[in-house]
Ligand binder design. Structure first.
Ligand code: SIN
Ligand code: CO
Length: 396
């Protein structure tokens, strides 16, 4: 499959030749794209306490960072140049942003983080910097001049609220217009400056450090570990120094600690929970007036279901993970759940009997009514997720 999104590269060629390896400029990656929000819509979102927002002002070595929520008067006080408003996780609050993010499904969901948007007035920038994550920078309205550098000197300036490179030596430069996109692997230095009032949509990825993963795994072990035994010393000998921890004591403790073992299954269980865990600032909104179970099933059958944009559903080796929780579905639930995890939507069961979820694409030949009935446990599961705000009736 060739896509304009990747400048004519197939996703597999992009992954082989570009991903995590080298920058790539893609002109007209999303034809017709001119952003999803106006500046006043962005300012409105920045006034919400459930939307993470930041305001960055400055240039050179003078930078100011403020965290939202912001009021209308905060924006009125701003100069005409050199500021940027950033909104994090736009995909959580805007269905169009979630749809934009789904274009990047050629990268595993477990790696995908969120969609950030920046609005900048002329001269607006977050300064020359580098990120530890891969990023696609998709230009919405207006124009931004990007300079990039593969320099290895990543020293940052001290005592600033932002990570600004002390020395930035640009190697390449482009002005991006609506629909153009720049892909950057981690640690490529970049400096984007708004030419005119412009928006940039950043598709960001998750890449935990070894320390974060190890720490998370140790916490997981702590919760799941079951060990037998207790310290015992029937062969205790009289010590010259009662205050001393003897070698015998240490070697017994060493043997006890050595009983901590884990298997591939523990790693998979931890990874599933960890990678499906939403960020700590994510809260789900359960429906205010939830449908009854019967009404939910009926509507789900008619319209289909979709994961809430904040939900993370992943699977490995027959085990499924949603928002940090693990479960093993019945064998006949697996296909539908895999489809939901991959596509984030499950199509309605057209013409099939009630209480049956059918899978578009997985429907056997034979026309209407031929979809295999799925087990009763699936609607039960979906209803629980619906009540938690994790899953919704499809709206289209
Ligand atoms: C921006 O959109 O202004 C900054 C995005 C980035 O450099 O990662
Ligand atoms: Co950056």
């Amino acid at each position: 499959m060739m896509t304009t999104l990747l400048g004519g590269l197939s996703p597999s060629r992009f992954l082989r030749d570009v991903w995590h390896k080298r920058p790539l400029l893609i002109r007209n990656a999303v034809p017709g794209f001119a952003g999803l929000l106006t500046s006043s819509e962005m300012q409105q979102l920045a006034s919400r306490d459930d939307v993470e927002s930041r305001l960055i002002q400055g240039s050179g070595t003078h930078w100011q960072l403020d965290h939202g929520p912001f009021s209308k008067s905060d924006f009125k006080r701003l100069p005409k140049i050199e500021w940027t408003l950033l909104l994090q996780s736009l995909n959580h609050v805007l269905p169009e942003a979630d749809a934009l993010l789904s274009r990047f499904s050629f990268i595993p969901h477990a790696r995908l983080d969120d969609l950030m948007v920046s609005y900048a007035v002329p001269g607006g920038s977050v300064g020359p910097h580098f990120d530890s994550y891969d990023v696609f920078l998709l230009q919405g309205q207006g124009h931004r001049r990007w300079q990039i550098s593969t320099q290895t000197d990543l020293t940052i300036l001290d005592d600033l609220p932002l990570k600004i490179l002390r020395r930035f030596k640009p190697e390449e430069e482009w002005v991006l217009g609506p629909g153009d996109m720049l892909y950057l692997p981690p640690h490529v230095a970049h400096y984007g400056v708004a030419e005119d009032a412009c928006t940039t949509y950043s598709i960001g990825f998750r890449a935990p450090t070894t320390e974060e993963l190890a720490h998370g795994f140790l916490m997981h072990l702590q919760d799941t570990l079951k060990l037998e035994g207790r310290y015992a010393d029937p062969d205790l000998r009289l010590q010259a120094h009662p205050g001393e921890i003897s070698r015998a004591m240490l070697s017994q403790i060493e043997g006890m600690i050595a009983k901590i073992k884990w298997s591939k299954r523990d790693i998979a269980e931890f990874a599933g929970r960890y990678l499906s865990e939403p960020k700590p600032n994510v809260f789900f909104d359960p429906p205010e007036a939830p449908l009854s179970r019967a009404a939910f099933n009926k509507q789900a059958n008619q319209k289909g279901v979709a994961l809430n944009p904040k939900s993370r559903l992943l699977f490995t080796r027959g085990r499924f993970f949603i928002n940090g929780e693990a479960f093993t579905p019945a064998a006949d639930e697996t296909a539908a759940l895999q489809h939901l995890a991959d596509q984030r939507h499950l199509a309605p069961a057209r013409g099939t009997p009630p209480d049956v979820y059918a899978l578009q694409g997985a429907r056997p030949a034979g026309g209407l009514g031929a979809a295999p009935p799925l087990p009763a446990t699936l609607p039960e599961r979906f209803y629980d997720w619906y009540e938690a705000g994790w899953l919704e009736i499809e709206t289209e």
